[in-house]
Design a binder for this molecule. Structure first.
Ligand SMILES: [Zn+2]
Length: 202
């Protein structure tokens, strides 16, 4: 299940426009698009074949649907997120199936109504998001809170404290806070107790 959630995150981040790590982000086009999709899928399953240009274009639509789910959760619209995931499950005809391959033990895969690459992965991503949303980890689908970044993530930290898409954004925010502090003149602090004068004769 982790693999399909990882792929969902990768697809949304690679293929939807917006902002990434402080800069405007445009998804790759032309021949770079299939390569980007293939890389996103391989983050979940290393032996995935190269995708074609036609498949890559369909994955761009899927990525938009995945992003809408993250956006809805991050905005506190959980009902809308659930409804979007249900639509994806219905449209892809997601169905569970026990598979065994490559010397692995039997494990659960999610297939689509037909076995095309795009439908199969869409069904898998929809199921992965459904499992997360339907568990007590539902609030862990996140959108980066750093300035000028809207990349998505799944918070797998133990205390559910993650707020950024990456260490890049975490460090950007830390550095900015540090610079703000450094830039403040020392004599313009908030009013507070004055330091007591220590008498030299005591
Ligand atoms: Zn970010």
């Amino acid at each position: 299940m982790d693999a399909v959630v990882t792929v969902a995150v990768q697809l949304a981040n690679a293929l939807t426009p917006g902002e990434a790590h402080g800069r405007p982000y445009l998804p790759p086009g032309g021949s770079a698009l299939p390569a980007a999709v293939t890389a996103a899928l391989r983050a979940g399953r290393a032996d995935t074949r190269d995708v074609s240009a036609g498949e890559a274009a369909q994955f761009r639509t899927v990525a938009g649907e995945i992003r809408a789910v993250f956006d809805a959760v991050a905005a506190g619209r959980t009902d809308a997120a659930a409804s979007l995931v249900n639509d994806m499950l219905a449209r892809t005809g997601a169905r569970p199936r026990l598979d065994r391959h490559d010397g692995e033990p039997w494990h659960l895969h999610f297939h689509g109504a037909e076995d095309s690459l795009v439908t199969g992965w869409s069904a898998g991503c929809a199921t992965g998001l459904a499992v997360v949303l339907g568990s007590d980890l539902g609030g862990r689908l996140g959108v980066c809170t750093a300035p000028r970044c809207d990349r998505v993530y799944v918070d797998t930290s133990r205390n559910a404290t993650r707020r950024f898409c990456s260490t890049t954004c975490q460090n950007r925010v830390k550095t900015a806070a540090f610079r703000r502090k450094q830039a403040q003149p020392h004599d313009v602090g908030p009013p507070g107790p004055q330091p007591k004068k220590i008498s030299a004769s005591a």
